[in-house]
Design a protein around this ligand. Structure first.
Ligand code: UD1
Length: 430
């Protein structure tokens, strides 16, 4: 099994191209099930989660071709992928496929809207809490779906004549449930209003793509989204927005090591809150013509408290990385996780590198230390794994991160991007 070995101590200098957002690409790919026409997505990152979803969509009948011509983007490559689902050949998403990635559960929305039925396994994915599906069920039931749970599967059926537009207010903000309800409502009869909707940029990206396909979605990016149902959707061409989590991760890596890096092809407005926290920690961050410049020289890392929150708050997907950064601050910081109840598994691994962190409920207290020391550590989930890489970049000696399949789910060419900026990072295959 692959491991990543990092030899700490080097600053980062250079250019890091930012990939298309995994969390936008996945729902956009799923939206291709809503039409019998071709949906073309540009700037799709090459990640294990994307490959897994390609298999799942293929199982439902999608014909998928990856453009032979790879789109050059800085030193990285983005892919253009065409999805054509003329007929849905199977409305079941089996356990073997769904258990590997939670987002594949989201096919329930388009299948139900287009075919009137879906049988979808209850999801798996990162082990970061219980992650129930009650909000999906309540949202789809509000559109008239009949939903039963049987042997680990959700069986959903639409009323004769299709889903019916409705007003539904989510009791809690959920990105996935917002995506699913928005997709399902595009083909419903009448108008749907989603209250307390997620406001994440990836929701806006999906709404823009759905509108390019002929849907009538307004209000995405606010907490109230209105969808006027249409009878069918067409194909479209859409470019996946830049990955704000990858952007924030590399910004934190530069803040950690010191140096001067341009994050190319990204947009600071996608992650204002996180960038502000990194600035307060001591890095300079300025927008450039092609992206963002992150710079830290001389001064140490200052302690900064953060609390995760739905967008536009500090993203839970950057919590582990920020904790990695705070392990080397010159004071005491606190990080509170409010989205997932079990998202501190990186704490004990960071401790193996010499970090001093104590947990009290959902809050971690991080006492900055002057040095970390390399050690073998284990990736526990996607974002946690990259926090270990960030810490490893400044730890003395070698840090070896095992179970890197977690990293491969969400970070495209991580070793290459860091190595080009002067880090010593290599993949070791046993
Ligand atoms: C998405 C992101 C993930 C990110 C998360 C929060 C993708 C592919 N994944 O995950 O990277 O960490 O948003 O920003 O985009 N919940 C319920 N019932 C439900 C659904 C969710 O209680 O039916 C809870 C979850 O357990 C969690 C909270 O709602 O506590 C937010 O989860 P949600 O926004 O749904 O996360 P995902 O869409 O799974």
């Amino acid at each position: 099994m692959d491991r990543i070995r990092i030899t700490g101590g080097n600053e980062l200098h250079g250019i890091i191209p930012i990939s298309g957002a995994k969390n936008a690409a996945l729902p956009l790919m799923i939206a291709s099930l809503l039409t019998d026409d071709t949906l073309t997505l540009e700037n799709v990152p090459h990640l294990a989660d994307v490959e897994q979803l390609i298999r799942i969509l293929g199982n439902h009948g999608a014909d998928i071709s990856v453009n032979g011509r790879r789109e050059r983007q800085g030193e990285s490559y983005a892919r253009t992928i065409h999805f054509t689902c003329r007929n849905i050949v199977d409305t079941t998403a089996p356990y073997e496929l769904v258990s590997k990635m939670r987002a594949s559960f989201w096919v329930i929305g388009p299948l139900l809207a287009r075919e009137g039925r879906a049988r979808v396994s209850l999801p798996g994915g990162c082990a970061i809490g219980t992650r129930p599906v009650d909000l999906f069920i309540e949202g789809l039931a509000a559109l008239g779906a009949n939903i039963e749970i049987d042997s680990g599967y959700i069986n959903a059926t639409a009323p004769t004549g299709g889903l019916i537009g409705a007003r539904y207010v989510f009791p809690k903000v959920s990105v996935g449930a917002t995506h699913v309800m928005m997709m399902a409502a595009t083909l419903a009869n009448g108008t749907t209003t989603i209250g307390n909707a997620a406001r994440e940029p990836e929701v806006v990206d999906l709404a823009n793509c759905l509108n390019a396909m002929g849907a009538k979605v307004t209000g995405a990016g606010t907490s109230t989204i209105t969808i006027e149902g249409v009878t069918s959707l067409s194909g479209a061409r859409h470019r996946v927005l830049p990955d704000r989590i990858e952007t924030g991760t590399y910004a934190m890596a530069v803040a950690m090591t010191g140096g001067d890096v341009i994050l190319e092809g990204t947009d600071a407005s996608l992650l204002d809150t996180a960038l502000e926290a990194i600035r307060r920690a001591g890095a300079e961050i300025t927008p450039t013509e092609t992206g963002i410049r992150v710079y830290r020289n001389g001064g140490g890392i200052k302690p900064v408290d953060v609390v995760t929150d739905p967008f536009p708050g500090f993203p839970t997907d950057l919590q582990a990385q920020f904790m990695g950064l705070m392990t080397r601050s010159n004071g005491v910081s606190h990080i509170t996780e409010t989205i997932f109840e079990n998202r501190f598994m990186h704490v004990q691994e960071l401790a193996r590198l010499g970090a001093r962190i104590t947990l009290s409920g959902q809050t971690a207290k991080i006492e900055g230390v002057p040095r970390l020391k390399g050690a073998p550590v284990m990736a526990t989930d996607l974002r946690a794994s990259v926090s270990l890489v960030i810490a490893g970049l400044v730890a003395e000696g070698d840090t070896t991160v095992s179970r890197v399949y977690h990293l491969d789910r969400g970070f495209e060419r991580l070793e290459e991007k860091l190595t080009r900026c002067g880090a010593i990072v290599e993949r070791v295959t046993d």
